[in-house]
Write a protein that binds this ligand. Sequence first.
Ligand SMILES: N[C@@H](CCC(=O)N[C@@H](CS)C(=O)NCC(=O)O)C(=O)O
Length: 136
Amino acid sequence: MALELHYWQGRGLMEVPRMLLALAGKYPGDYVDGRYTTDEESITETCQHLRTVDQRLAANLGRMPLLNVGSESIGQSAAINFYVAAENGLLGEGNLQAAQIMAISEHIKEMNLVGGVSVDAFCCGDARGWFGTCRC
Ligand SMILES: N[C@@H](CCC(=O)N[C@@H](CS)C(=O)NCC(=O)O)C(=O)O
């Protein structure tokens, strides 16, 4: 089924699904990597104005990230990560490993929430730069 990712022009919360897709050998072109901005001067062929998509973000309460799977939409980054990982065989073997993988993902999210300090060690020192592209 056709996949369409919608996110700001940055890594942020959509980088996990993009990386999962790359691990599965799928790159932009295999899916739509929609990127958006509110800055008129930053609009390019690969980065459109938010107004082109803002009426279609209800599944994430008007925010991004949003994943379209055919005619269906998924909001909330945790749900998007789960769907993309599960569809591409990247959630381990069985429910136990899937839960352990999701726990690591939640740990990283919480470490980022407290300032990225602990995540720096976990992510080889560039956590601030990595998460800093999210416009939350
Ligand atoms: N809990 C949501 C948070 C979504 C969120 O805060 N998205 C931000 C970008 S990282 C956003 O689009 N903010 C713009 C807005 O709230 O209008 C998720 O994980 O998907």
